[in-house]
Design a protein around this ligand. Structure first.
Ligand code: SF4
Length: 493
């Protein structure tokens, strides 16, 4: 059997962008490096796929021994079907140069049904297209499919004891939509095969398709003519307007025509950059500062998620708290630091987190967070988890105030913030010497993945050192808040 030309995933890639497909086959060296977060997403997808096999237990796995030998998997799948096997995992089919590897193929009483597993929580348009190329390949290989479904995570499922796969997963038939999309598939397959035979990559400029439906692997290459700070960084400007500017050869903020429709904050961002000017609304900052009650508790949470819930009384993808940092600032300027980091011994971190937080938050003074909706929603989750702690947690919620407001509302804006009010941009803009770049863990996504890996026993590094790195990262978040507030107070002085 000849090697396939397209696989299900390269077909999807080609439908997103012909050039991405061409590069993927002929210019792999141009590909971006995978981020730790992307690697964690892929690993999660694999473990969800394996768990979904338990929906139809006792099947035969037709995965190839080597990643490059899918044709052996196609032959093995055919042999299993001929033998009368009724449940096949990683069932491989090839037709017209297209390879499709299906997660689970089951022969029910009324015929064959195909199941494609996704670790997301709903069916999207791209999954329907994905199922269509599977259906095209499988049915043209001689299997009459009674139905084809997407198996996805049910985010309402609450774990109680062992995982109940029948409740964790939702099986949603997409056959109706597949039959609507099917007539266009042969032309699309031929078109993409032709693209791959061309001597050079197709010309396709950057556009909204670079991130939709998936972030492309070649952004680093195709976007290298776009400056690090450009019209694509204008806050809350929709993609259509950004690309309207781009198509008019406008990349720098200084080149935006005055008549271009931007809102007041967007114009402020542009003016600030063009004139290298800082905007400060002293009056509103003054009111904000005057309204604060000491001692001020600067608080920040870290959370992790998992597609398959690890602890009882938690849902798929629920953000579970595992760490906090607290800088307590008294009126005379003294600052004390407290922190919590959960153990990675398999014990649910939430009860220890709650007890530690209640003990360290005292009972008076404001609790300042950066983006109140995040910490508030996690605290409400903790009430749901432990109703007996409702009263003290509600007291904490009632003391919360948001340090992000002066920056989100542009009461304080410097060109170095580059349109962002994230603490990761605000801190170095105000204090260049205080940067996350000297830390081993530099962002919340890495902190979250690192902790989840340690918890699940998948972490390969030095656990004790990594715990110190996690503490250092979270501590900088709340130290940053102390410094930022100091800066706001200076303005008022
Ligand atoms: S970055 Fe955009 S233009 Fe370049 S290959 Fe990817 S999708 Fe196509």
């Amino acid at each position: 059997m000849e090697k396939h030309i397209l696989s299900k995933s390269t077909f999807i890639k080609g439908m997103q962008c012909n050039k991405a497909l061409y590069y993927h086959k002929h210019n792999r060296e141009l590909r971006d490096e995978l981020s730790a977060t992307q690697e964690a997403i892929f690993a999660q997808g694999t473990s969800v796929g394996e768990l979904a096999q338990e929906l139809y237990p006792g099947g035969v796995d037709c995965s190839p021994e080597s990643y490059y030998d899918f044709q052996a998997a196609v032959i093995k799948t055919q042999e299993e079907i001929e033998k009368g096997t009724t449940v096949i995992y990683e069932a491989a089919f090839q037709y017209n140069g297209v390879l499709a590897v299906l997660d689970i193929l089951v022969k029910h009483k009324d015929g064959w049904r195909a199941y494609e597993v996704k670790s997301s929580t709903s069916v999207s348009e791209i999954y329907e297209l994905d199922a269509t190329i599977q259906y095209y390949t499988i049915t043209n290989s001689g299997i009459n499919l009674k139905d084809i479904s997407i198996v996805h995570i049910n985010n309402k499922y609450v774990k109680k004891g062992s995982i109940d796969v029948n409740k964790l997963f939702t099986i949603e038939s997409v056959k109706e939509r597949v039959l609507q999309l099917l007539p266009s598939i042969p032309n699309q397959v031929n078109h993409l095969k032709n693209i791959l035979q061309q001597p050079e990559a197709p010309t396709r400029d950057i556009g909204p398709h670079c991130n939709s439906p998936y972030p492309c692997d070649f952004i680093g290459h195709c976007w290298k003519h776009v400056p690090a700070y450009s019209i694509f960084n204008i806050a809350r400007l929709n993609a259509a307007k950004k690309f309207e500017l781009y198509e008019n050869n406008i990349l720098h903020l200084k080149d935006i025509p005055e008549a271009f429709p931007l809102n007041d904050n967007q114009w402020m961002q542009v003016q600030s950059e063009v004139r290298n000017e800082t905007f400060i609304n002293k009056e509103t900052i003054h009111t904000f500062i005057q309204d604060l009650n000491y001692p001020i508790y600067h608080l920040d949470f870290e959370t992790f998620t998992s597609a398959v819930p690890i602890f009882d009384n938690s849902r798929p993808y629920q953000q579970l708290v595992f760490q906090y940092s607290l800088h307590i600032e008294s009126k005379d300027g003294k600052v004390e630091h407290k922190e919590f980091l959960a153990e990675t011994n398999g014990i649910d971190p939430r009860i220890h987190f709650i007890k530690s937080l209640i003990a360290n938050c005292g009972n008076k003074g404001d609790i300042l967070v950066y983006n109140i909706s995040f910490e508030r929603s996690k605290l409400f989750d903790l009430i749901e988890f432990s109703p007996k702690h409702k009263v003290p947690i509600l007291k904490i919620i009632n003391r919360l105030k948001d340090l992000m407001i002066p920056f989100r509302e542009r009461w304080y804006y410097t060109p170095k913030m580059q349109g962002s009010y994230s603490i990761k941009k605000v801190l170095p803009a105000l204090f260049p010497e205080l940067t996350y770049q000297n830390l081993t863990i530099q962002d919340g996504g890495t902190a979250s993945n690192t902790f989840a890996n340690m918890l699940q026993g998948n972490f390969k590094g030095d656990i004790e050192q990594t715990k110190k790195d996690l503490l250092a990262y979270c501590a900088l978040d709340t130290l940053a808040m102390v410094k930022i507030l100091e800066k706001l107070k200076e303005i008022y002085k």
